[in-house]
Write a protein that binds this ligand. Sequence first.
Ligand SMILES: [Zn+2]
Length: 488
Amino acid sequence: MVASFTLSIAGCRVDNELDSVSKDLSTYTLNLDFDSSTNILSGAESFDYINSNDNTLKTLEFHLYPNAFRGDAKYRPVSTLTSDRAYPNGFSEGKIDIKSVSVDDKNIPVEIGGDDQNMLIVALAEELYPGDKVNVQIEFESLLPNCNHRYGYGQNTYNFGNFYPILSKYEQGNYKRDNYGANGDPFYSDMSNYNVTITCDDDFVLASTGNQLFTSSQNGKTTTTISAKAVRDFAFVLSKKFSVITQTAGKTTVKYYYYDDDNAQQSLQAGIDALNTFSNLFGEYPYETYSIVKTNFVHGGMEYPNLVYISDGCEKYEDYINVIVHETAHQWWYNLVGSNACEYAWMDEGLTEFSTLLFYRYNQEKYPKDTRESLNASLSSFLLFSDVCKSVYGKFDSSMSRNVNDFASDMEYTYITYVEGVLFFDNLEENVGEKNFIKALKHYFKKNKFQIAKPEDMISSFEIITKRDMQSFFNSWITGKVILQQCK
Ligand SMILES: [Zn+2]
């Protein structure tokens, strides 16, 4: 039976694009232990890094996002507007302490830098040339705040998003050190592989990125072993109250984790319908798992690879469904096609908002929604916002490509990135026609899958499909020169 064995292996290799993509990626091995009596996560991280830059590196820099939850943090992920809802029991501190660092088995001093104790700087003993490999081991202990946020716990869930030291992007001779403030999702990372074990009380239910391979129990604690190939980040959520329902969509097992939802089956179905719709429209979702997770979360939702938070704070069920669809679209525009969400947030948020409208357009019967009416409402609210800004500040800047921390407020960020973003993609579709628009997005997805796309990559896909110069059209929106007015 050797022949058929060989054939099936060969078949696997052809079928599984994740296996072939993952071969050239760096790998994080995380061994994590969560103690719910102290809310401390102890972690041992081993990072096998392959220098994929064209530059020779002397250091590696890692983001320490949990430090933005410190009591004396200069930049805070929680804005004053959302503070009461994020901290219903009053302020609670979160942080990450780095216990030790070693490079290729040699201990080195721990060096914390950045504007706000937000970067771990690892000096390499020898210069790392393009294509070279190095192993970095980091021991850390992080405190989870009582905060309904990406990283924090609430009444029902313990959310571990952006919780471990993750390599910063190296661009034009520098590491990106964007601070973790309240505007947007200021995260930007390359695809990597993850081998993770999570140990916690055995009455916790675990939702995570990747494939949960097996579990073992000892002394009231359960250890789960997880593997994730070619993902941009790793996140997990724990709850003692989770119910889980599961259904398959193609080769993907879709799971819905929830603690109170009278329409649980319908919520799961919305995720499956979104996954199928976007697979058909843009290109196939290549992973074996997708988890939709109800969480204590101050905003509507949050995207991670293979896993999304859906806030239990949505007032209307139709909004809850809308968030499921939006976060599912991010699996294409954030995870599979990455972009710099700190500089060009419109590339993922604007396109994700418009993809959500496409979902309703292509599923009219099952999910009736007047998408033209919602675009008109977006335009009205955008014009109102710009009028208010003009009367208060005497000017209004509608340029879309700006650093997240350069927006005056979370509200300005939201109007420019989501609302103007969705109007931009609507105008783009009108300009090139529906057929070309979808063809160009398919092209953009195929060309940039597992990579980081820049605005010029998106422009190029539209130019290739339409055979037209699209630069000035994109520029008029990106630089804020386009004049918007209410349809009569
Ligand atoms: Zn989003």
